[in-house]
Write a protein that binds this ligand. Structure first.
Ligand SMILES: C[S@@+](CC[C@H](N)C(=O)[O-])C[C@H]1O[C@@H](n2cnc3c(N)ncnc32)[C@H](O)[C@@H]1O
Length: 227
């Protein structure tokens, strides 16, 4: 089978509905559109972020878009974790087809399984959203990230949510789920929540610039462990 036919087969086996980012064959033909918003990934202008020589984990890696990105940007070793075995199988095949060394993929629910190793940088790109938050997974996800990150954490998330509209629950129900959350005028600030959650040990060092019409999009937040 040709390499292009192999990538096509990966798309068929995984299913376009769960492939998050656009995927191309070796002739730049688009094989899958990707169901995610580009803008919910790491901001393209965020070039100062230094991956050089670092070990990185990509939590919720899907087919490895940002796993490969971190590797391209100079990371020494990148491990992508996802709980969906189909995407991990596909990501492993892609790494072999791209002939990339220093990238690995493992099936793992990082929010419920304990960390088996730690990395210089933990990435959590486009994982926190309405579904995970309203299902009560926010804290296990943040803990899963922190337990795997030695020095840096890179996240994208939407800074502000309307509790009733976005989570489909009353403010009381939300506060039962997250007693430490603060709601002001119906809004829950995930940015404040994450900053407070990590405040003891981590310092926020980067926040994306304002984007036009950005309320619905995720932004990039970078934490560095305090000395
Ligand atoms: C919205 S996609 C984002 C994928 C990727 N980070 C990106 O931005 O291209 C979410 C991915 O995270 C995975 N995921 C969500 N929660 C997870 C968890 N607790 N453990 C492992 N994988 C998870 C899903 O299976 C899915 O592949």
């Amino acid at each position: 089978m040709t390499p292009n036919a192999e990538i096509k087969k990966i798309v068929e086996e995984v299913g376009q509905d769960i492939i998050w980012r656009p995927l191309y064959d070796f002739e730049r033909n688009k094989l899958s559109g990707g169901v995610g918003h580009d803008i919910d990934g790491i901001d393209p202008e965020f070039t100062e972020l230094d991956f050089t020589g670092k070990t990185v984990c990509d939590l919720g890696c899907n087919l490895g878009h940002f796993t490969f990105y971190a590797h391209e940007r100079g990371a020494k070793e990148v491990v992508g974790y996802d709980m969906e075995p189909k995407v991990i199988k596909g990501a492993k095949k892609l790494a072999a087809l791209y002939n990339i060394e220093g990238v690995e993929f493992e099936t793992c629910n990082f929010a419920s399984e304990p960390a088996t190793r730690t990395f210089d940088m933990g990435m959590l790109i486009d994982i926190l959203g309405k579904i995970n938050i309203s299902n009560g997974f926010l804290i296990p996800i943040l803990k899963g990230l922190e337990s795997r990150s030695k020095s840096e954490m890179l996240l994208t998330f939407r800074p502000l949510y309307l509790v009733k509209r976005h989570f489909g629950m009353s403010e009381d129900e939300f506060l039962k789920l997250y007693p430490q959350a603060q709601i002001k005028n119906g809004f829950f600030s995930l940015l404040d929540f994450a900053q407070n959650f990590f405040a003891k040990k981590w310092k926020v060092t980067y926040l994306s610039k304002e984007l036009p019409d950005d309320e619905q999009y995720k932004r990039t937040v970078h934490f560095i462990r305090k000395a």
